[in-house]
Design a protein around this ligand. Structure first.
Ligand code: MG
Length: 186
């Protein structure tokens, strides 16, 4: 094996993650719909466009991109019956006690604070919108990891909006808010 490390450009990772979501039938708008439902009660002024922008911003974060790539890969391999047993059956059947899907998704929500974590827990129980669709098993497709990852993205985008709203109320300038966004991109 060569010791040479291949440089993996960040934009390649981001594009791959976005493409995976799209190919698995999850649009940014469908995630934004969930965010809207989660945040509208706390934010009269909130528009669906704000939610689309927030989801888009969350998808720029590496930890989220990595979670998408890992989760979708495992779902797809399970669909093709290409995992080894007993993992194949655990993932394919979305075994009740198999919690790695939630663990990865929860891990991806930690960077957005407690609102993201509690919203993720809520979405895990009350499956909303596209999450419910993904959770409904039709026998062919496997979304064991994807439903939780979508919940995590929606929870993160919701938390972002809540914190931004406070920044606006606090009178922070657009520039200051933008700067915080940039710091958020880790
Ligand atoms: Mg799951």
């Amino acid at each position: 094996m060569s010791d040479e490390r291949k440089h993996i450009p960040s934009n390649e990772v981001e594009n791959a993650a976005r493409k995976q979501l799209e190919e698995r039938g999850v649009s940014i708008e469908s995630i934004a719909d969930i965010v809207y439902q989660m945040q509208k009660p706390y934010n009269e002024e909130l528009s669906l466009d704000d939610c689309v922008m927030s989801v888009d911003r969350v998808l720029m974060k590496r930890e989220i991109q990595h979670a998408i790539l890992v989760g979708v890969e495992l779902d797809v391999l399970a669909e093709k019956e290409q995992l080894s047993e007993p993992l194949q059956s655990l993932v394919k059947q979305d075994e009740g006690l198999f919690g790695v899907d939630e663990t990865i998704a929860l891990g991806a929500a930690l960077g957005y604070g407690s609102i993201a974590v509690t919203t993720f827990g809520h979405l895990d129980k009350v499956k909303v919108g596209i999450i419910e669709k993904l959770d409904t098993k039709d026998g062919k497709q496997c979304h064991t990891f994807l439903d939780d990852i979508v919940g995590s993205i929606a929870a993160n985008a919701s938390s972002r909006i809540a914190h931004r709203q406070r920044d606006v109320e606090d009178g922070l300038s657009e520039e200051e808010i933008h700067l915080k966004d940039e710091e958020d991109r880790l």
